[in-house]
Design a protein around this ligand. Structure first.
Ligand code: CA
Length: 174
Protein backbone atom coordinates (compact mmCIF):
# COMPACT_ATOMS: atom_id res chain seq x y z
CA UNK A 1 0.00 0.00 0.00
CA UNK A 2 2.76 2.44 0.85
CA UNK A 3 4.48 1.89 -2.52
CA UNK A 4 1.22 2.59 -4.31
CA UNK A 5 0.72 5.68 -2.19
CA UNK A 6 4.11 6.84 -3.39
CA UNK A 7 3.04 6.16 -6.98
CA UNK A 8 -0.04 8.29 -6.49
CA UNK A 9 2.11 11.23 -5.44
CA UNK A 10 4.51 10.69 -8.33
CA UNK A 11 1.76 10.53 -10.91
CA UNK A 12 -0.64 13.10 -9.61
CA UNK A 13 0.10 15.19 -12.71
CA UNK A 14 -1.95 12.70 -14.69
CA UNK A 15 -5.17 13.80 -13.15
CA UNK A 16 -6.98 16.98 -13.99
CA UNK A 17 -8.90 17.42 -10.79
CA UNK A 18 -7.29 18.25 -7.51
CA UNK A 19 -8.67 16.37 -4.57
CA UNK A 20 -9.28 13.27 -6.67
CA UNK A 21 -7.99 10.99 -3.94
CA UNK A 22 -10.54 12.48 -1.61
CA UNK A 23 -13.27 11.69 -4.13
CA UNK A 24 -12.03 8.12 -4.38
CA UNK A 25 -12.11 7.71 -0.62
CA UNK A 26 -15.63 9.08 -0.53
CA UNK A 27 -16.67 6.58 -3.19
CA UNK A 28 -15.06 3.72 -1.28
CA UNK A 29 -16.97 4.70 1.82
CA UNK A 30 -20.26 4.81 -0.04
CA UNK A 31 -19.87 1.25 -1.28
CA UNK A 32 -19.31 -0.12 2.22
CA UNK A 33 -21.76 -2.86 3.03
CA UNK A 34 -22.93 -3.45 -0.55
CA UNK A 35 -21.82 -6.32 -2.78
CA UNK A 36 -18.70 -5.98 -4.92
CA UNK A 37 -19.53 -3.64 -7.80
CA UNK A 38 -17.59 -5.66 -10.35
CA UNK A 39 -14.37 -7.15 -11.66
CA UNK A 40 -12.37 -4.88 -13.95
CA UNK A 41 -9.56 -5.95 -16.28
CA UNK A 42 -6.99 -3.21 -16.91
CA UNK A 43 -5.00 -3.70 -20.14
CA UNK A 44 -2.22 -1.12 -20.12
CA UNK A 45 1.49 -1.53 -20.86
CA UNK A 46 2.61 1.40 -18.70
CA UNK A 47 2.88 0.01 -15.20
CA UNK A 48 2.63 3.40 -13.50
CA UNK A 49 -0.74 4.10 -15.12
CA UNK A 50 -1.88 0.53 -14.47
CA UNK A 51 -1.01 0.88 -10.78
CA UNK A 52 -2.75 4.22 -10.59
CA UNK A 53 -5.97 3.01 -12.17
CA UNK A 54 -5.88 -0.20 -10.18
CA UNK A 55 -5.53 1.69 -6.92
CA UNK A 56 -8.43 4.00 -7.76
CA UNK A 57 -10.66 1.08 -8.71
CA UNK A 58 -9.78 -0.97 -5.63
CA UNK A 59 -10.45 2.05 -3.42
CA UNK A 60 -13.88 2.24 -5.04
CA UNK A 61 -14.53 -1.41 -4.20
CA UNK A 62 -13.82 -3.03 -7.57
CA UNK A 63 -11.85 -6.20 -7.98
CA UNK A 64 -8.95 -5.64 -10.42
CA UNK A 65 -7.13 -7.79 -12.93
CA UNK A 66 -4.08 -6.40 -14.72
CA UNK A 67 -2.56 -7.19 -18.10
CA UNK A 68 0.45 -5.65 -19.87
CA UNK A 69 -0.59 -6.78 -23.34
CA UNK A 70 -3.37 -8.56 -25.19
CA UNK A 71 -1.93 -12.02 -24.57
CA UNK A 72 -2.15 -11.49 -20.82
CA UNK A 73 -5.55 -9.89 -21.33
CA UNK A 74 -6.84 -12.93 -23.19
CA UNK A 75 -5.61 -15.23 -20.41
CA UNK A 76 -7.25 -13.04 -17.76
CA UNK A 77 -10.56 -13.03 -19.65
CA UNK A 78 -10.57 -16.80 -20.08
CA UNK A 79 -9.54 -17.53 -16.48
CA UNK A 80 -11.29 -14.80 -14.51
CA UNK A 81 -14.26 -13.56 -16.63
CA UNK A 82 -14.05 -9.82 -15.87
CA UNK A 83 -17.22 -7.69 -15.96
CA UNK A 84 -15.57 -4.84 -17.87
CA UNK A 85 -12.30 -4.16 -19.72
CA UNK A 86 -10.29 -0.93 -19.65
CA UNK A 87 -8.26 -1.19 -22.84
CA UNK A 88 -5.33 1.06 -23.65
CA UNK A 89 -5.24 2.20 -27.28
CA UNK A 90 -1.48 1.87 -27.76
CA UNK A 91 -0.10 -1.50 -26.72
CA UNK A 92 2.98 -3.47 -27.82
CA UNK A 93 2.15 -6.28 -30.26
CA UNK A 94 -1.58 -6.35 -30.96
CA UNK A 95 -2.92 -2.83 -30.40
CA UNK A 96 -5.89 -2.04 -28.19
CA UNK A 97 -7.85 -1.05 -31.28
CA UNK A 98 -7.31 -4.41 -32.97
CA UNK A 99 -7.96 -6.26 -29.73
CA UNK A 100 -11.29 -4.48 -29.24
CA UNK A 101 -12.35 -5.66 -32.71
CA UNK A 102 -11.20 -9.16 -31.84
CA UNK A 103 -13.25 -9.15 -28.63
CA UNK A 104 -16.34 -8.15 -30.60
CA UNK A 105 -15.83 -10.93 -33.13
CA UNK A 106 -15.59 -13.72 -30.56
CA UNK A 107 -18.78 -15.13 -29.14
CA UNK A 108 -17.42 -15.37 -25.59
CA UNK A 109 -16.54 -11.67 -25.43
CA UNK A 110 -18.88 -9.97 -27.91
CA UNK A 111 -20.98 -8.44 -25.09
CA UNK A 112 -18.08 -7.76 -22.73
CA UNK A 113 -18.14 -4.01 -21.91
CA UNK A 114 -15.00 -2.24 -23.19
CA UNK A 115 -13.75 1.27 -22.41
CA UNK A 116 -10.84 2.41 -24.56
CA UNK A 117 -8.12 4.49 -22.91
CA UNK A 118 -6.51 6.83 -25.40
CA UNK A 119 -4.11 9.74 -25.46
CA UNK A 120 -5.54 10.92 -28.77
CA UNK A 121 -7.99 13.76 -28.64
CA UNK A 122 -8.91 14.40 -32.26
CA UNK A 123 -12.56 13.83 -32.99
CA UNK A 124 -11.70 11.53 -35.89
CA UNK A 125 -9.79 9.24 -33.58
CA UNK A 126 -12.62 9.21 -31.07
CA UNK A 127 -15.06 8.11 -33.75
CA UNK A 128 -12.59 5.53 -34.96
CA UNK A 129 -12.32 4.29 -31.40
CA UNK A 130 -16.04 3.74 -31.21
CA UNK A 131 -16.01 1.92 -34.54
CA UNK A 132 -13.80 -0.73 -32.99
CA UNK A 133 -16.83 -1.86 -31.05
CA UNK A 134 -15.71 -0.29 -27.80
CA UNK A 135 -18.64 0.87 -25.66
CA UNK A 136 -16.98 4.05 -24.51
CA UNK A 137 -13.63 5.81 -24.55
CA UNK A 138 -11.78 8.04 -22.15
CA UNK A 139 -8.94 10.38 -23.07
CA UNK A 140 -5.74 10.58 -21.01
CA UNK A 141 -5.17 12.35 -18.77
CA UNK A 142 -8.43 11.59 -17.01
CA UNK A 143 -9.60 11.97 -13.45
CA UNK A 144 -10.49 8.97 -11.32
CA UNK A 145 -13.88 10.59 -10.81
CA UNK A 146 -14.57 10.51 -14.57
CA UNK A 147 -13.21 6.99 -14.92
CA UNK A 148 -15.35 5.66 -12.06
CA UNK A 149 -18.45 7.42 -13.40
CA UNK A 150 -18.01 5.90 -16.87
CA UNK A 151 -17.35 2.43 -15.47
CA UNK A 152 -20.39 2.63 -13.24
CA UNK A 153 -22.60 3.82 -16.10
CA UNK A 154 -21.38 1.12 -18.47
CA UNK A 155 -21.78 -1.66 -15.92
CA UNK A 156 -25.31 -0.46 -15.25
CA UNK A 157 -26.13 -0.39 -18.97
CA UNK A 158 -24.70 -3.86 -19.55
CA UNK A 159 -26.17 -5.46 -16.42
CA UNK A 160 -29.34 -6.88 -18.07
CA UNK A 161 -27.22 -8.92 -20.50
CA UNK A 162 -25.35 -10.66 -17.70
CA UNK A 163 -28.21 -10.87 -15.21
CA UNK A 164 -28.91 -14.50 -16.09
CA UNK A 165 -26.34 -15.65 -13.56
CA UNK A 166 -27.36 -13.15 -10.90
CA UNK A 167 -31.04 -12.99 -10.01
CA UNK A 168 -30.83 -10.42 -7.25
CA UNK A 169 -30.30 -7.04 -8.93
CA UNK A 170 -32.24 -5.00 -6.42
CA UNK A 171 -28.94 -3.62 -5.10
CA UNK A 172 -28.49 -1.71 -8.36
CA UNK A 173 -31.36 0.60 -7.56
CA UNK A 174 -30.62 4.10 -6.28
CA1 CA B 1 0.17 2.32 -23.86
Amino acid sequence: RSSKGHMVTKLSYLWYEMGTQHDVMMTAGSTHGSHMPGKILIVEDEQAIRDMVSLALRNAGYECLEAEDTLQAQAAILNHTPDLVLLDWMLPGVSGVDYARQLRREKLTQHLPVIMLTARTEEHDKVKGLETGADDYITKPFSTRELLARIKALLRRSAPQTADTSVDISGLQL
